[in-house]
Design a protein around this ligand. Sequence first.
Ligand code: PEP
Ligand code: MN
Length: 338
Amino acid sequence: MIIVLKAEVTKKQVDHVVTKIKELKLKPVVSKGIERTIIGVIGDEAEVRLQPLEAFPGVEKVMDIQKPYKMVSRESRHQGSTFDLGKDVVIGGKKVVIMAGPCTVESQERIMKLARLMKKSGATVLRGGAFKPRTSPYDFQGLGEIGLKYLAAAKKATGLLIVTEMMDVRDLPLFERYADIIQIGARNMQNYNLLKEVGLSRKPILLKRGMANSIKEFLMAAEYIYSQGNHRVILCERGIRTFETTTRFTLDIGAVPVLKSETHLPVVIDPSHPAGKRAFVPALARAAVAAGADGLIVETHDKPEEAVCDGPQALLPEIFDELMKDLRNIARAIGRDI
Ligand code: PEP
Ligand code: MN
């Protein structure tokens, strides 16, 4: 940490800061320049971060050197994390993991049909919400446990892994039983009690970025899970709110290289929610693979006009199949595989 002092700082004020740092059992290194004096703090920054040093007289600003998201940062682990999601599906490695399926589970027949089609096209994970975070309390809220059971039946029939959203810590036992990957939705990215709870679970977690959250906040949320002991955390960029209204959200494609340099965790892109319209989904999906994403989570539906949720952005299975061919070519071009 570096403490930059104001130009007009007095000796008394410098001594006051130095004393405080020593009290914290850290080493202050005062460096007097021609215009400014700075104090370097040597030792664990976590201790100093708890102190309101910027409130000290004579202090202009305090700059962190270490990342506040210690465990998930690249500094703590230079190599990217690679882990098994189950059934030998590995994320973070050479293979790009494709997760696909409807926004929500609607019926056993439909999820079974879609699971078979997704599998045929090369997906390895089936998505589908059983508990839905809807903006309106009057909208369909999901089938609940029945939906999880339908997902489990589709898994049994196809061998696909299941990713599904959990919104309430009280449902964890259900998710431990039926899900292979627990999704934490954008709206819950900063639900810290939920994050801590899934941090105690042994299931991999797909953490979606909040629609109005910075990458730093996203990584701090991941740190909540990771620091509880669950190291299988997947980050998912799903679009953020900007002034632009032609798409549902603005896909922050730049988040892929940024996250890759800031953290060792695998990064997945959801091209469906930022697109909002199915016509825009394939381009975003292709861009995601080209940018180096470790996976995609895509919404699909065999009859989007009948979809209970997010029909306009659902890809028809045949379009998804076409897209998979493009994605394979793009993956190969960058030395990866699908
Ligand atoms: C979803 O995956 O269907 C969903 C609700 O996503 P998000 O949390 O990103 O809005
Ligand atoms: Mn959706």
